[in-house]
Design a protein around this ligand. Structure first.
Ligand SMILES: Cc1cc2nc3c(=O)[nH]c(=O)nc-3n(C[C@H](O)[C@H](O)[C@H](O)COP(=O)(O)O)c2cc1C
Length: 412
């Protein structure tokens, strides 16, 4: 992509070393990067490192003689500002509109027509704290785009959400944001697993978290597309501005798809939901036969569940859509499949769904929140693309959907 001017703001987190790697990659990819470092950030990485990586002086003091208007000049110069890593302190200060340091002054003086990205990094409790949640919501409302945090072991030894995104994902988000969409698409994303009622208390479900769909929805909406996320009630929500609706069972999702696809003209559907292949027809237990979904079955005997096969919702997406040129992305999950088996499963899905793209991943390769490698397959026979992380998958899909979708109805 073309060379851009990037203002890169570092704040005081151990993850600042990962930001250095992202800066290095951005510079290697031809971008001009100028850094701002909070006083705390400079306790984690030295000014010499940042100057060595960028070839530019590091700005840190709002009142530095000779640089007193740098928060205005830097904002004018930059095509994009990214705060990475963003501490809880800085996030909460930005959302309060405080401007007594360079990061805050740069934020308030920022031309809001240009993108402002934030890549948070903090302890899971800090990330989950209502103060931080409220700040994220407020900043998102103001048009700030968030680079999703990772899940796993943070520097403080706790496990949970709050890790800084990986350098590759940060670079991908920055570049996706800079290359504004040629066309603004309206995209329906589905995510999470359906739950089939056994009785009025118990359900038959699957292990889907909805994290991939949420990440794709966030990426697409942050890149300026209009996104509706249909997600299961128990799945991970999108953090960005996507419009969200929830479903529980196969039948809820089936109805929601019919309603939404018929009423609004979508350019593409990314059908990531893990839809139950089977529903419950009836249950036999303790000498009785019961219809599913009501009461509570006796626990005096082992029940026999009689299952029925559900139709494949992915097969009917285009026929149900108000847009016959709908681009369809289907997902195929395998577990422990060899390459021949996986390829056959993907071909089978192309065969019955008519999808333009199939994302394949294997559950045995899921390790942690971000590392769920997938492979993108093309119906038109192009070589498949490996996507090591969810963010890279989201970024590739955004690029490809603009190519695959028929002309959009949403004004840019
Ligand atoms: C070793 C160490 C690691 C820290 N890591 C983080 C972190 O990852 N995220 C965070 O929000 N704060 C972290 N802090 C606390 C911040 O550095 C502190 O709140 C500081 O005031 C942030 O200032 P700044 O936002 O202006 O950079 C850490 C502090 C120490 C001493």
């Amino acid at each position: 992509m073309s060379r851009s001017n990037i203002a890169f703001v570092l704040t005081g987190s151990v993850a600042a070393y990962k930001a250095c790697e992202a800066i290095s990659r951005l510079v290697q990819r031809g971008h001009q990067v100028r850094t701002v470092a909070s006083a705390s950030a400079l306790r984690f990485v030295g000014a010499a490192t940042l100057e060595g990586l960028t070839g530019e002086r590091v700005l840190s003091d709002l009142f530095e003689p000779g640089s007193a208007l740098e928060h205005i000049n830097l904002g004018r110069w930059a095509d994009l500002v990214v705060v990475c890593p963003a501490t809880a302190n800085t996030l909460n200060r930005l959302s309060a509109g405080l401007a007594d340091d360079l990061a805050g002054a740069l934020f308030l003086a920022h031309d809001r027509k240009k993108p402002f990205l934030v890549a948070p990094a903090m302890n899971p409790n800090m990330w989950a704290h209502p103060a931080t949640r409220a700040s994220v919501a407020r900043l998102t409302d103001w048009g700030v785009r968030f680079i999703a945090v990772g899940r796993g072991r943070t520097a403080c030894g706790e496990v949970g959400d709050g890790r800084l995104a990986e350098p590759g994902a940060i670079v991908a988000e920055v570049e996706a944001t800079l290359s504004r969409p040629a066309r603004r698409l309206r995209v329906l994303v589905t995510s999470g697993g359906t739950s089939e009622p056994v009785d009025g208390v118990r359900v038959l479900s699957n292990t889907s978290t909805g994290r991939t769909g949420a990440r794709i929805a966030d990426h697409l909406s942050q890149a300026g597309h209009e996104v509706v996320l249909l997600r299961s009630a128990s799945s991970i929500p999108a953090e960005g501005p996507a419009r969200q609706e929830t479903f529980v069972s196969f039948s809820d999702l089936d109805q929601a798809l019919g309603r939404v696809l018929g009423a609004e003209r979508f350019d593409a559907v990314v059908h990531g939901a893990a839809v139950s292949d089977f529903g419950i027809a009836q249950i036999e237990v303790a000498g009785g036969v019961y219809a599913p979904g009501t009461g509570k079955l006796p626990s005096t005997g082992a029940p026999a569940l009689h299952l029925k096969l559900h139709p494949k919702l992915v097969d009917g997406l285009r026929a149900r859509s108000a847009n016959p040129g709908l681009a369809v992305v289907a997902f195929k999950l395998t577990r422990g499949a060899g390459s021949d088996e996986a390829r056959a499963a993907v071909e089978d899905l192309f065969g019955h769904s008519g999808a333009d793209l199939v994302v394949h991943n294997d559950l045995s390769e899921r390790s942690g929140s971000e590392a769920f490698p997938s492979t993108l397959h093309f119906r038109d026979g192009r070589p498949s693309l490996a996507c090591p992380t969810r963010t890279e998958l989201a970024s590739e899909l955004e690029r490809l959907l603009v190519e695959f979708a028929a002309p959009s109805s949403v004004p840019t």
